[in-house]
Design a protein around this ligand. Structure first.
Ligand code: SF4
Length: 289
């Protein structure tokens, strides 16, 4: 299968992208580390309940308190590019080309047309691979799940995507990012409130008017003022998009919000003219992956 090389063009005017967010180099970006490829049911957001195929990329510099995939954070060594079948994937990741990923997707859903959900980790660390996947999987919808922290990389893949599910991250839920190292210059992760604000606003401007949805994970004890700023940004820049309020699935780092906390955020969103929908993850209920 032929690999398609990406170019260096941004599909968005540079004025909409934070100056600190330099695009990743393309020349070393045509492999990406995968943790797993599998067919399952979408467990959250706009397409909850829909059968999909999932490609879980490794690598994430962010540190959400309630992260349910901390095993996705680190990158494998560059030498680790073993050939893998679907059953070989475990808790370690290995590097794959876009054509190998496309073959794994077809193996997970033979002859099927489930939408492909690109998840992680943070898939936007690998924009060149995502762009290369598009022509290799022409009949599948491509959905992206992203933290909403990488506007320059997002602008490079927008034309390849059929749907974007983007998080609104409350600053109080984030520990400082951890640099990834690895083979390429990744787009810088926001590391303070001001940088998060700039990235969030750039991302909201990029996805407004598109097939996209926003997700805000709510934990017990959130700071209302921080949540309000996120919602005000959405109302101003992407008020057309649905907003999914997702009570956190309790983890070591976070407890689920109370009914009154959920109601308070719902009211806040409604007063700003947003269309909130309260949808918890269904994986724990159904015992799904
Ligand atoms: S962005 Fe996703 S993978 Fe990264 S720490 Fe947050 S929840 Fe985990």
């Amino acid at each position: 299968m032929r690999l398609f090389c990406s170019n260096h063009q941004l599909s968005t005017p540079p004025s909409q992208v934070p100056l600190s967010a330099a695009p990743a180099r393309e020349s070393t970006a045509l492999r990406a580390p995968l943790l797993e490829v599998f067919a399952s049911i979408q467990g959250e957001g706009l397409f909850v309940g829909q059968p999909q195929v999932f490609v879980r990329f490794a690598g994430c510099p962010l540190r959400c308190l309630w992260c349910d995939t901390p095993h996705s954070w680190t990158l494998p060594g560059l030498e680790d590019s073993r050939e893998q079948t679907l059953s070989d994937f475990g808790r370690s990741s290995t590097w794959h080309t876009a054509s190998e990923i496309a073959e794994l997707v077809e193996a997970a859903d033979p002859g099927g047309q489930r939408p492909l959900s690109l998840t992680g980790g943070e898939p936007l660390l690998w924009p060149a691979v995502i762009r290369s996947l598009r022509p290799l999987l022409p009949r599948r919808r491509l959905h992206l799940e992203t933290a909403g922290a990488f506007p320059a990389s997002l602008s490079r893949v927008l034309a390849s995507l059929d749907h974007i599910s983007c998080d609104l991250k409350p600053p109080g839920d984030l520990a400082p990012p951890v640099p990834l190292g690895g083979p390429q210059d990744f787009e810088s992760a926001p590391s303070n409130t001001g940088e998060w604000r700039a990235c969030r606003r750039a991302v909201l401007a990029l996805i407004s008017g598109r097939d996209a949805a926003l997700k805000l994970v709510l934990r017990s004890g959130f700071e209302p003022a921080l949540i309000r700023e996120l919602l005000e940004d959405q109302a101003r820049l992407a008020g057309d998009l649905p907003l999914f309020l997702q009570p956190v699935t309790a983890t070591r780092g976070a407890r689920a919000p109370s009914a009154s906390e959920i109601e308070a955020v719902t009211e806040m969103a409604l007063k700003l003219g947003l269309e909130p929908r309260i949808v918890p993850q269904i994986h724990p209920v159904l015992g799904l992956r």
